[in-house]
Ligand binder design. Structure first.
Ligand SMILES: [Zn+2]
Length: 98
């Protein structure tokens, strides 16, 4: 089992960018020996799982790429919580309507 610290170190080694939402340190977690996901250690936002599919190194690269492709916050720009909250409420309403 890798500890939280190991996951953060691994993310740093592979040059994962800081969390685009809160600037927190990312962790690369291994899921049930089947795939990788990058998770923010502060706000918990995460990428989809990149499954090994027989090629662990490729999956690792893929998941880092996914994480780094997220739009970073521009310098000096603060998080628009109102907008995030609105999206969140819309998503919940959508689920409830189904
Ligand atoms: Zn975050």
């Amino acid at each position: 089992m890798s500890t939280k610290n190991d996951c953060i170190k691994r993310a740093r080694k592979l040059e994962c960018a800081p969390c685009p939402f809160c600037g927190g340190l990312p962790e690369i977690r291994t899921l049930a020996h089947s795939g990788y996901t990058v998770v923010c250690s502060v706000c918990g936002s995460r990428t989809k799982v990149a499954f090994f599919q027989g090629a662990k190194e490729k999956a690792l690269k893929r998941v880092v790429q996914k994480w780094n492709m997220r739009t970073p916050l521009k310098a000096g720009k603060s998080i628009n919580w109102e907008k995030i909250f609105k999206c969140f409420v819309e998503a919940i309403n959508k689920v409830n309507a189904e």
